[in-house]
Design a protein. Structure first.
Length: 279
């Protein structure tokens, strides 16, 4: 992809763990590349499809100097975060923050941290069966938009029977496609934080939920650890999830099963119909 590159931008600021660093300050240097499609800017002189390198250098300087942080990791991360927020056309950022005056009292050219993030697409399932269900879904969507999660598509809200065997009220369910620069574990942390902010209490497994936010897919990533499993392990077993998915992304390929969503939906629908006929 096309890139805007900024090299050796010097900024004087007051970041560091030691009191002397916050009192005396020091020089920092930024190298960065921002990836975005430059076609419209190049062929149509569309300034909305371009990034003014003078302005972004000034913005980085302002952001860099408006706070003091203990760690340069924090400074670099915040720069990446605010750049994505300010310039939606940016798809990928590679940023290196150098600290040539690091106080280590040894021969040193520089030390640095480098952060690389790119926007990815993900699918999230929403559900609620307590209170004003539709309002709960909308509030969850609004909260996502404040956390670096851009909503691309929304399925219809459907009413479904509870899944998991616990007697409770029916659910309002929905699936959305989003774009975010957050990595999968951080995206999941944000979804759990939204659930907590909205008052979800986890008391009964498969029990009633004020809001339920499940990360279904993140592009073709396959992750298996104690905190996150991708794709979501029950996607292919939940007809209501597949129904909403096939509405907005029928041709998305399940990265483990290797089948498009529309095939998985059709297959599970037939299996459920067969079970119902045999009752």
């Amino acid at each position: 992809m096309d890139q805007l590159r900024i090299k050796d931008l010097e900024i004087f600021a007051y970041h560091g763990l030691f009191p002397s660093e916050k009192e005396l300050g020091q020089k920092f240097i930024i190298d960065a590349s921002l990836s975005y499609d430059m076609t419209k800017a190049a062929t149509d002189l569309d300034l909305e499809a371009s990034i003014h390198y003078g302005e972004i250098c000034q913005q980085w300087t302002t952001w860099f100097q408006e706070t003091t942080e203990d760690l340069i990791e924090t400074v670099a991360y915040k720069l990446v975060e605010r750049t994505f927020e300010t310039y939606p056309i940016v798809q990928e950022i590679k940023l290196e923050l150098k600290k040539p005056w690091a106080p280590i009292h040894l021969p040193l050219d520089t030390c640095s941290v480098a952060i690389h993030r790119r926007k990815q697409r993900a699918f999230i399932a929403l559900g609620s069966n307590m209170g004003d269900k539709t309002a709960n879904l909308k509030l969850a969507l609004d909260k996502m938009c404040t956390r670096g999660i851009r909503i691309l598509k929304q399925s219809s809200v459907i009413t479904t029977e509870p899944w998991g065997g616990v007697e409770q009220d029916n659910f309002a369910n929905q699936v959305i496609e989003v774009e975010t620069w957050l990595q999968a574990p951080i995206l999941l942390e944000n979804l759990l934080a939204i659930e907590s902010e909205m008052g979800r209490v986890r008391e009964v497994h498969w029990g009633p939920r004020l809001i339920d936010l499940d990360l279904l897919f993140m592009e073709d990533q396959v992750i298996y650890n104690d905190n996150l499993i991708l794709p979501h392990p029950y996607v292919a077993e939940r007809l209501f999830v597949l129904e909403s998915l096939q509405e907005i992304a029928p041709h998305f390929i399940h990265p483990v099963l290797g089948q498009p969503i529309r095939h998985l939906y059709s297959q599970l629908e037939k299996e459920n119909a067969e079970v119902f006929r045999n009752l």
